[in-house]
Design a protein around this ligand. Structure first.
Ligand SMILES: NC(=O)c1ccc[n+]([C@@H]2O[C@H](COP(=O)([O-])OP(=O)(O)OC[C@H]3O[C@@H](n4cnc5c(N)ncnc54)[C@H](O)[C@@H]3O)[C@@H](O)[C@H]2O)c1
Ligand SMILES: NC(=O)c1ccc[n+]([C@@H]2O[C@H](COP(=O)([O-])OP(=O)(O)OC[C@H]3O[C@@H](n4cnc5c(N)ncnc54)[C@H](O)[C@@H]3O)[C@@H](O)[C@H]2O)c1
Lengths: 207, 207
């Protein structure tokens, strides 16, 4: 099994390699990759070797084959259909965003309990009512659920998603959701991205 | 200087410690903290010792003082006012979210170029027009800018924020923005959270 932090590093390597490929770079050394992340080249070699991805000694890694290898390790070489619960501001932004950026995640359905939103078309599908969640999960083939509801509605919607047969849940609501062992839950807090930026801010006159 | 990945770990430790504190835990060993992250206790001790945060041998770390120490290292012990450029779905969700969760980040202003949105009240302020961005940054004291505009408007709004005296920018638009050295830029892609979840999904019948 891979630790969450190794996984985080692999996702970052993949993002960086995709950029290199877009810029036309076909090979990169572990030193160059390390410099981009302020990491040691040994850490990168160790991470990649753990999955049998070995560079050519002295010449580095071939970018495209390494991308394919990481895609397969991270299970991104297959399609993951997503359902969004709560089609307000955040849910709508996610549905549109995942609609345009063709990657392995695609929002295939969205539900809400506000009758005023039900029936609207967003990101290529019509919003349905949460009362029909089980049917919508079955018909859409959704595998991952995203909670974009207010905090007080998060637990109940996680439980409904589990009952409907969802395989994993991403939670944006600022509250603790009690997961069941078979359905992994990951909390997202966008503040963590602000925290990482805040550290690198140049000093201000009031610091 | 701290590497982005060390910084990422420190933010994760802080989040975990805040949860422990909320649960009434006053002391934790590096082993217990390591188990939560699937890390080695040595890695945690090394990370924390780098900043002079030493545990009590055999007894671990006092949770509240360690939180204060990490808050100060990560510069979260002070207020960081934020301005959002692009008050559509994502921008509005962020403005409301940072309004309710009292932490060190607070959205103090928002601008948009759609006259239909200008003047609306969101998250405790009125949306202004991007033509007045320089004045709004000055009057609000905003230190961090968030780009929640379409990809084609990202670079020009980064440049406008720099001219207005912003100190750092968080970019959600799916495009490469060329930063200037004095104003750090961090890209955010919510897919990275989905990628980390996808790895942990239980196997399905089609895998
Ligand atoms: N984690 C983060 O970084 C982050 C960032 C922004 C917002 N948020 C959170 O995401 C959530 C959504 O934020 P938003 O700005 O989109 O709010 P919003 O009010 O615009 O959207 C919430 C939607 O959920 C629907 N809803 C409410 N109760 C429901 C229920 N029981 N079942 C189904 N749908 C229900 C509402 O009708 C609405 O459409 C909030 O909890 C907010 O705090 C988190
Ligand atoms: N990185 C991620 O994970 C992620 C997730 C969701 C959305 N996004 C991106 O965030 C951006 C916003 O998404 P959204 O769903 O809120 O879209 P939206 O259309 O709801 O909002 C965009 C807002 O920007 C305003 N705008 C357009 N051009 C502008 C300009 N030149 N100056 C100022 N304001 C301008 C529009 O009037 C609108 O209010 C998009 O680029 C989207 O791709 C990224």
């Amino acid at each position: 099994d891979v630790s969450p932090l190794t996984l985080n590093r692999l996702c970052l390597y993949l993002r960086s390699l995709r950029r290199l490929e877009a810029d036309g770079v076909s090979r990169i050394s572990s030193q160059d990759l390390a410099r981009r992340f302020n990491l040691s080249a040994a850490q990168i070699r160790k991470d990649l070797a753990q999955f049998g991805a070995f560079g050519i000694r002295g010449a580095g890694y071939d970018v495209s084959p390494l991308i394919e290898r990481l895609d397969s390790i991270l299970r991104l070489d297959r399609r993951h259909p997503v359902i969004v619960v709560g089609m307000g501001n955040l849910g709508s932004a996610l549905a549109c965003y995942l609609g345009f950026n063709h990657g392995s995640f695609e929002v295939v359905a969205g539900v809400d309990n506000d009758p005023g939103r039900v029936g609207r078309e967003v990101g290529g599908f019509r919003i349905e009512h949460t009362d029909h969640l089980a049917r919508v999960v079955r018909d859409s083939g959704a595998e991952i659920g995203v909670l974009a509801v207010p905090a007080k509605a998060a637990q109940q919607n996680y439980d409904l998603l589990v009952e409907a047969g969802i395989r994993g849940v991403l939670n944006f609501a600022p509250t603790r959701v009690q997961p069941v062992p078979e359905v992994p839950l990951k909390d997202v807090d966008l503040r963590i991205h602000l925290e990482e930026l805040a550290y690198f801010l140049p000093p201000s006159d009031t610091d």
